[in-house]
Design a protein around this ligand. Structure first.
Ligand SMILES: NC(=O)c1ccc[n+]([C@@H]2O[C@H](COP(=O)([O-])OP(=O)(O)OC[C@H]3O[C@@H](n4cnc5c(N)ncnc54)[C@H](O)[C@@H]3O)[C@@H](O)[C@H]2O)c1
Length: 364
C-alpha cells in the first residue's frame, strides 16, 4: 500500500522507499549533484545501511554524522556542518538528504536552507514524530539557550519519503513521543482520529500506515491552508506552550523528550480549557484517561513552578507581552490566540503534579 500527498511545493509519499519516487527524483533532478546524507548516531547505526544498500547512486555520498539529541540543535553544530561543506566544496546544486528524526530534519533543513542561500534537501524521517510532524510543513529551527526553536526559517523540502520500516528499530518510548503529536492532531481538528487512536492498547504493535497517513494529512491540510502560521496553523501548537516550557526547564538538568513534554502540555492546556468552561468535565476526564494510560505523570513538587512560567514569557506565539495559547472547545475542536494568565498556568502545573501524586497513591 502506498499513500501520496501533495504539499505546497513538494510531494509526501508513504511507502517502502524502494517503491517510492526517491530514485527517480535523484536520478532526474540531482544526477549531477553531490549527495550529502545527514544522520545522527542512531540513524547512522540503524538506518543508513538500508539506504546505502538500496540505492547505488548513494555510493559516493558524503555522510555527516551529528550527535544524537536536542543538544545538537545549536548554532555551533550548524557552523561545523557549514565548515565541512566548505571543505567538501559543496555547491548550490547539491542535495542534502536528512535521514533521521526531528533533530536531523531541523538541523539538516536549517543548515541546508541557509548555506549559500539555500541547498535543496529531502527528508527521510525515521522516527514516528518526524513522520507525522517534524519532516513536513516547511519549518526548520534550532534552539537558543533554553529557548526552543528560536532561530529558524520556513523552507520546504523537495520531497518527503516516509517508510514505516524504519520504525522497527525505534525505541518504544520514541513511538509514544510521536504518538503524542498524533493525539494532538485528533484533539485539535478531528474527533474521529482521536477516537481511533484512543482505542489502541499497545501503540507500538497496533499503529498502522493508515493512522500515520491520517495524522500527516491533518498536518499537511492545515499547512496548505496557512503555510506561514498566520492563523489556522497555530492550532498545531496545542500542548506546546506549556510543553515547550517544561522541555526547556528540564533540558538543563534532567532532559525530557519533546513528545513527552507535548503530552504533558496537552494535559495542562486541556485543564485550562476546562477551567475556562470551553470543555466539559467529562471531556477533560476522557483526555486525562487516554493521556495517563499512555504517558507517565510528572512529579513537579521539587520544581520552581514560577521558573517554568517565566519560560512561557518568551514563547513565539505571544503578542503584546500576553501569553497566547491554543485551547480546546471540544474534542476535535480548538481555538487559537487565547490569552492565559499566570494563575491559570500555575494551576495547570499544580494539576499535573496532583495527577502524579494520585497516580502514585493508586500504584501503592
Ligand atoms: N520543524 C518542525 O516542524 C518540528 C515539528 C515537531 C518537532 N520538531 C522538533 O523535532 C525534535 C524531536 O524529534 P524526534 O522526536 O524525532 O527526536 P530525535 O530526532 O532526537 O529522535 C528521537 C531518538 O530516536 C532515534 N532514532 C530516530 N530514528 C530511529 C530509528 N529508526 N531507529 C532507532 N533510533 C532512531 C534518534 O537518534 C533519537 O535518539 C524536537 O527538537 C522538536 O522541536 C520540529
Amino acid at each position: 500500500m502506498s499513500y501520496h500527498l501533495k504539499s505546497n511545493s513538494y510531494i509526501i509519499e508513504l511507502a517502502s522507499l524502494e517503491d517510492s519516487s526517491f530514485q527517480d527524483l535523484i536520478l532526474t533532478k540531482y544526477a549531477n549533484s553531490r549527495k550529502i546524507i545527514i544522520v545522527d548516531e542512531n540513524t547512522n547505526e540503524y538506518c543508513l545501511e538500508y539506504l546505502l544498500t538500496s540505492f547505488d547512486f548513494l555510493r559516493d555520498a558524503e555522510v555527516i554524522l551529528i550527535p544524537e539529541g536536542e543538544d545538537s540543535k545549536v548554532l555551533d553544530l550548524c557552523a561545523q556542518i557549514w565548515d565541512t561543506w566548505t571543505d567538501y566544496r559543496i555547491e548550490r546544486k547539491d542535495i542534502v538528504i536528512n535521514l533521521g528524526g526531528g533533530i536531523v530534519s531541523d538541523v539538516g533543513g536549517f543548515s541546508a536552507s541557509v548555506y549559500k542561500r539555500g541547498l535543496d534537501f529531502i527528508n527521510i524521517p525515521t522516527s514516528l514524530l518526524a513522520m507525522v510532524d517534524a519532516s513536513i510543513g516547511g519549518k526548520t529551527g534550532i534552539d537558543l539557550g533554553k529557548y526552543k526553536n528560536q532561530l529558524g526559517v520556513f523552507a520546504d523540502p523537495k520531497a518527503v519519503y516516509i517508510d514505516m520500516a524504519f520504525l522497527q528499530t525505534l525505541p518504544i518510548g520514541e513511538i509514544y513521543n510521536g504518538f503524542a503529536e498524533m493525539l494532538k492532531h485528533g484533539l485539535i481538528v478531528n474527533a474521529a482520529h482521536w477516537d481511533e487512536l484512543s482505542k489502541l492498547k499497545e501503540v507500538e504493535l497496533e499503529l498502522t500506515e493508515k493512522h500515520i497517513y491520517t495524522s500527516l494529512s491533518i498536518k499537511n491540510g492545515i499547512v496548505l491552508e496557512d503555510p506561514f502560521e498566520l492563523g489556522l496553523r497555530k492550532k498545531l501548537n496545542f500542548g506546546h506552550t506549556i510543553g515547550h516550557a517544561l522541555e526547556g526547564h528540564f533540558n538543563l538538568k534532567d532532559p525530557i523528550s519533546h513528545g513527552y513534554a507535548v503530552a504533558l502540555g496537552i494535559l495542562a492546556e486541556s485543564f485550562i480549557s476546562f477551567k475556562k468552561n470551553f470543555i466539559t468535565l467529562s471531556e477533560l476526564n476522557e483526555i486525562e484517561k487516554v493521556m495517563i494510560s499512555n504517558y507517565e505523570s510528572i512529579d513537579l513538587s521539587g520544581e520552581n513552578l514560577n521558573e517554568i512560567y517565566q519560560l512561557m514569557l518568551n514563547d513565539k506565539k505571544n503578542e503584546k507581552q500576553k501569553i497566547l495559547c491554543v485551547l480546546l472547545v471540544g474534542i476535535g475542536q480548538s481555538v487559537i490566540n487565547q490569552e492565559i494568565t499566570e494563575q491559570e498556568i500555575l494551576e495547570s502545573l499544580e494539576y499535573l503534579n496532583r495527577l502524579h501524586h494520585e497516580d502514585e497513591t493508586i500504584k501503592r
